[in-house]
Design a protein around this ligand. Structure first.
Ligand code: ADP
Ligand code: ASP
Ligand code: MG
Length: 405
């Protein structure tokens, strides 16, 4: 029989009234077949738990942090199972380890390596609605792990793929995927369909509505994903899937803002082989991910300025490491800039529209918004601007390309 997989995010289960409402949405599907429902922690519970850890210890161990954060989802699953039982359904809550979700032995952002589906299938066959804890798994040695913030989307897609569901419905607090964050840009347009490639880029550069790893996993398994509104479940929302043979794409589908950015510059590094390897090899060895990289050559002095971005939380550590590297490489110094946000436009049609980038830069310039860095891919153009101007830049670009129409 066809399995339905649904996922409800934190805002959808933030109170008992909302959990009871979610139970009603699940009940509609459960009347016509087996259902597995994935839930996040209630409201801001994960933030609250992280704050407790920070108040207890300056550097909480990653293992204990995972043990703590995973409890959030266990509260919401147990409550939802109770609400479903009150509606007369057979329902059972299951933790990551009970679900058989095996992850790599890495804490705080573990990737799923396998799902042993026997226990889930036993429950489904017995006629139970399985209420699965999102965001968590277990190492082969039995330690609790979490998948990274926003990771419940990935749990839902992974379970849908492992159980060969036809589709996975992600219920959230907006009606689907929009041309921009509808809470920031009131004129944003709901996209009826979006390709995996576009959505992956959007998710990576700030469209919080889906976890990027969930999008890649759905793409890998060719699993259609639907994003829809918990409080308006009849609405079709947005369908995410591969594109058919049509060749005509919108030049720009969406615009995003990523505020979690900081910029570092290593100034006047001698221009010789091995320098970039030394800088980025060292950062990688310390687990610091680097995003945009620009190297500018000063010919008369035979030196380079190397500029790149990191996540805000990595800025201090990256700066300390760069200070040391700057001395060994005989560079002039290091500059760290917290005031950064990345504005990106995404669209499959960008490949065929060479004038789009220029239009975006002219528009930002006209508004007095200085572009600190630029990077492009086949389907994305990103500009780093001052964080204070990030929202204004998003609205300008949204209007410029008439994305609300
Ligand atoms: P959940 O708790 O359900 O996982 P999230 O807060 O993670 O929900 O994601 C939903 C939020 O994503 C929305 O409230 C919206 O503000 C934000 N968002 C950002 N960009 C977009 C976009 N392009 N389309 C829809 N929502 C977006
Ligand atoms: N509760 C986790 C978080 O807040 C996972 C999720 O909601 O997807 O990040
Ligand atoms: Mg989310």
């Amino acid at each position: 029989m066809r399995l339905t997989v649904q996922k409800f995010g934190g805002t959808s289960v933030k109170s008992i009234a909302r959990i009871k409402n979610v139970a009603k949405v699940v009940a509609v599907a459960a009347r016509s077949g087996p259902v597995l429902v994935v839930v996040s922690a209630m409201g801001d519970t994960t933030d609250y738990l992280a704050k407790l850890a920070a108040q207890t210890s300056q550097a909480p161990s990653k293992r204990e942090l995972d043990a703590l954060l995973a409890t959030g989802e266990q509260i919401s699953t147990a409550l939802l199972a109770m609400a479903l039982q009150d509606l007369g359904f057979n329902a059972i809550s299951m933790t990551g380890s009970q679900l058989g979700i095996v992850t790599e032995a890495v804490h705080n952002s573990a990737r799923i390596v396998d799902i042993k589906t026997e226990a889930i299938l036993r429950q489904l066959e017995a006629g139970a609605i399985v209420v699965a804890a999102g965001f968590q798994g277990t190492t082969p040695g039995g330690d609790v792990t979490t998948l990274g913030r926003g990771g419940s989307d990935t749990t839902a897609v992974a379970l849908a793929a492992a159980l060969s569901a036809d589709c996975c419905d992600i219920y959230t607090d907006v009606s689907g995927v929009y041309s921009a964050d509808p809470n920031m840009v009131p004129t944003a347009r709901l996209l009826e369909e979006v390709s995996y490639d576009e959505m992956l880029e959007m998710a990576r550069v700030g469209a919080q509505v889906l976890h990027p790893r969930a999008v890649s996993l759905a793409h890998k398994h060719n699993l259609p994903l639907r994003v829809r509104h918990t409080f308006n479940p009849e609405h079709e929302g947005t369908l995410l899937r591969g594109r058919d043979a049509m060749e005509i794409y919108r030049p720009v589908s969406g615009v995003t803002l990523d505020r979690d950015q900081a910029r570092l510059v290593i100034l006047k590094v001698p221009d010789r082989p091995g320098v970039a390897g030394e800088v980025f090899g060292t950062l990688a060895a310390h687990g610091i991910g680097v995003d945009m990289i620009i190297q500018a050559f000063n010919e008369s002095q035979a030196v380079n300025d190397i500029t790149f971005t990191v996540k805000r939380g990595d800025l201090e550590r990256a700066r300390q490491l760069l200070d040391e590297i700057a001395v060994t490489l005989n560079a002039e110094g290091v500059l760290a800039d917290q005031d950064a946000a990345k504005v990106s436009i995404i669209g499959l049609g960008l490949m065929d529209q060479p004038d789009v980038a220029g239009k975006m830069f002219v528009e930002l310039g006209r508004a007095g918004i200085n572009i600190k860095m630029i990077s492009t891919s086949d389907i994305r153009i990103s500009c780093v601007v001052s964080e204070r101007q990030g929202e204004q830049a998003v609205k300008l670009v949204h209007d410029l390309f008439s994305l609300g129409e």
